[in-house]
Ligand binder design. Structure first.
Ligand code: HAS
Length: 549
């Protein structure tokens, strides 16, 4: 990658890890409060800390890290950005960064303790929503810059299938841009007028629906860059090729189709939406599981093929042939393993009746810590171990590698304790998003805490281990950025590992984006037109104006 792209990617990484530092500190405070080990000072509110924790980790760390990865990978696979793309990418970064800093100030000043899902009826200051709009506009500017870079490449290479990294990037960005339309509509037409007091009321159900139109694909916006590493980096580290180019492309396209018309599975317990539409979206949610199962199939095939190439025998002989000593691989592998219970939990969540049991309990918190908090976050950690050296021209020395192993293992152990406790407590009935951990010492509640895994102390133990791991990661990032020695020619740890993918048999129509965008729009209209029309028509009197519907 050219110097300008490297610098931009590093700025994004720096921003991401600053958010990570703040977010994990707030995580530690969370578990201590649940365990009643600390009392917050009067000027700091539980919901404020929870909001900073969620926003910095789930929204800021992920987003900036993702763009660092995409920018570097696009530059590596399609060539350096021209001056225009470079300039706009920088502008996008600064707009997103300004929005983030502003949003953080609003939260810290106590004017926006509305959690990272920020939907009504919770209300923040109007400026909080403006700052969020800036963050989204910033990401759009970078996204369109990357798309422009890709379009230029395609014009220069007519009839050639684009490199897989670029294809996956464009799929992710298309999904992101369409998804954001929901939250932009909600923020601009509903939250901003409501929060500034230009209108008195808000159509709560509609605003939440527009939020989840965005909120569910948001989780795939986090996941897909991790999948890019699983599809492209893993085979390279195993010394083999991508299992199937067309399968990989198709799975990303399926995410464009099915990740958006499914938001109602977050609203299954809400009134105001007829069961039929909830059921339809639940069915579509099961469709979005398919590309993940394709990914799992493809990765197991990759493991097995590479194992057999190295002489593995028997059904599981390949396990012994995997490069366990390579932290870049091991981190990604553990990330994938966590996704098995993480994804299974997702299927439970989306099963209409079972959702009744788990909705708004700590179970859901457990679910997202073993989806975004481990498969995604740990993949980003694993990427950091080579991406930062690649960008800074330094190397991963033996000492840092050892630290990285300790970091990855401690993150896994911490997460295992914490998320298991969250899942179990949730099943017993512990609500999420509440500062009351003992629920006024209600006898039923005290009974929950008898088990080892249904205990806030286990939760806190996990949180402490996680915080230790997070601090270790900060040390590693710092060393890779500033302290490690310069890498030498051919240094594997300072390379951007992308496996080859044979696109010779891949159908060309897979890259006809308009087909996929068209089908996605049709599915969105099918899933959302009637529920949204009903929400507008049936809104209570007084909330039927244009802006507040
Ligand atoms: Fe979820 C709530 C349903 C995936 C994140 N989810 C959340 C929230 C977050 C989140 C943040 O239907 C909380 C939102 C809030 O604050 O209110 N989720 C699903 C379903 C999936 C799913 C069906 N979620 C994710 C991912 C996330 C994420 C991915 C982040 C990155 N989720 C829900 C529902 C709710 C929900 C409801 C609302 C609950 C409520 O009531 O509030 C699916 O995409 C899952 C598909 C995945 C699988 C796993 C298969 C995996 C295998 C192993 C992978 C291995 C590979 C390689 C690829 C079926 C087989 C093999 C190698 C090895 C070494 C194993």
């Amino acid at each position: 990658a050219a110097a300008s792209e490297r610098k931009l990617a590093l700025w994004n990484i720096g921003f991401a890890y600053t958010a990570f530092l703040v977010g994990t500190l707030c995580g530690l405070i969370q578990v201590f409060m649940r365990n009643e080990m600390i009392q917050l000072p009067v000027w700091l509110d539980y919901y404020q800390v929870l909001t900073v924790h969620g926003v910095t980790l789930a929204l800021v760390y992920t987003t900036f890290f993702i763009y660092a990865f995409l920018i570097t990978g696009m530059s590596r696979s399609l060539g350096s950005f021209g001056p225009k793309v470079a300039r706009w990418s920088w502008i996008g970064f600064f707009v997103a960064a300004a929005g983030t800093v502003w949003a953080t100030i609003e939260i810290l000043s106590g004017r926006a303790s509305v959690l990272y899902t920020f939907y009504a009826p919770l209300k923040a200051s109007g400026w909080f929503y403006v700052s969020l709009a800036l963050l989204i506009i910033g990401t759009w500017i970078i996204s369109f810059s990357l798309i422009a870079h890709y379009v230029k490449w395609r014009k220069a290479n007519p009839g050639v299938m684009s490199p897989l990294f670029a294809f996956m990037t464009i799929s992710t960005l298309i999904m992101w841009i369409i998804a954001c339309l929901g939250v932009v509509a909600a923020v601009v037409f509903m939250y901003i007028p409501w929060a500034f007091g230009w209108v008195d009321t808000i159509n709560v159900e509609l605003s939440r629906t527009l939020f989840w139109f965005f909120g569910h694909p948001l989780v795939y916006f986090w996941l897909l860059p991790a999948y890019m590493a699983w599809y492209l980096v893993v085979p390279k580290l195993l010394g083999t090729r991508v299992f199937s180019d067309s399968l990989a492309r198709l799975s990303f396209l399926l995410f464009i189709l099915f990740s958006i018309p499914v938001g109602l599975h977050h609203q299954l317990t809400e009134p105001g939406v007829a069961d039929f539409w909830k059921f339809l979206q639940v069915t579509l949610t099961f469709m979005v599981v398919i590309p993940t199962l394709m990914t799992a199939f493809s990765l197991f095939a990759t493991f097995e093929i590479s194992g057999r190439q190295k002489g593995a025998k028997g059904l599981f002989g390949w396990v012994g042939k995997l490069p366990w000593h390579d932290i870049r691989f091991t981190s990604l592998f553990i990330a994938m393993v966590f996704f098995i219970p993480g994804g299974a939990g997702g299927i439970i969540n989306t099963s209409f009746q079972l959702n009744e049991l788990v909705h708004n309990t700590l179970w859901v918190v457990g679910h997202f810590h073993i989806t975004v908090g481990t498969p995604v976050a740990m993949t980003f950690m694993g990427i950091s171990f080579w991406l930062i050296p690649y960008l800074t021209g330094r190397t991963l020395t033996k000492t840092t590698k050892k630290l990285a192993f300790v970091q990855i293992i401690s993150w896994s152990v911490g997460m295992l304790f914490m998320s298991t406790a969250q899942h179990v407590l949730g099943l017993l009935g512990a609500p999420r998003r509440t500062q009351h951990s003992n629920y006024s010492d209600h006898p039923t509640v005290l009974g929950w805490f008898d088990g080892f895994f249904s205990n806030t102390s286990t939760l806190a133990l996990g949180g402490i281990i996680l915080f230790f791991s997070a601090m270790l990661l900060m040390v590693i990032v710092f060393r890779l950025w500033l302290i490690e020695p310069r890498s030498e020619e051919g240094d594997l740890y300072a390379e951007f590992p992308i496996a080859e993918s044979d696109a010779s048999a891949t159908p060309r129509w897979l890259e006809n984006w308009w087909i996929w965008i068209g089908i996605a729009v049709a599915l969105i209209l099918l899933a959302y037109t009637f529920p949204i029309t009903h929400m507008i028509q049936d809104a209570p009197p007084g909330s039927k104006g244009f802006i507040n519907w």
